[in-house]
Design a protein around this ligand. Structure first.
Ligand SMILES: [Zn+2]
Length: 155
């Protein structure tokens, strides 16, 4: 979440055989699964990435359960810091349960609004966001200079 949305990418809601008609988005590909090691493999494998033209406010990414909505094009080469950030939220949802995560997130946001009197500061102060920024930052530092292609791909 966060950042500025300036582009309006095309809608991508493919149906995937074997998952049922109600499943939207695409799963992470093998390269992404190898790259985004900062979240557990079983969590990464349940992720679906959905590109949509716009998200509320200035969001460029929004995670609901295992579905990551992105309002900007991101690479599927396993080098997207935005996707790395949203995957932390998928793990948080998965670990805490949807209801607990949503309640804790909104409660922290509400408390932050009272304390900071700023939407942006309140959003940045949410513990789930602090953690996602830290983990995505660590992922980026460990990922830089180590292309996904060199990370165990055979052939
Ligand atoms: Zn976030």
């Amino acid at each position: 979440m966060g950042g500025r949305c300036e582009t309006a990418p095309s809608i991508e809601l493919p149906r995937r055989a074997g998952y049922g008609d109600r499943v939207i988005g695409r799963p992470l590909n093998d390269r992404e699964l190898r790259s985004y090691r900062h979240v557990p493999d079983d969590v990464a494998r349940r992720v679906r990435v959905v590109a949509i033209p716009a998200l509320p406010g200035r969001y460029v990414g929004l995670t609901l359960g295992s579905i990551v909505f992105l309002a900007e094009e991101v690479s599927d080469d396993g080098d997207s810091t935005l996707l790395a950030h949203e995957l932390v939220h998928v793990r948080q949802w998965h670990e805490q349960g949807r209801a607990r995560f949503a309640v804790a997130y909104l409660r922290a946001f509400g408390a932050g609004l009272i304390r900071h009197r700023s939407w942006q500061e309140a959003y940045r102060a949410i513990p789930a966001e602090v953690e996602a920024r830290q983990e995505a930052g660590r992922w980026l530092r460990s990922h830089q200079g180590r292309p996904a292609a060199d990370d165990g791909e055979a052939g």
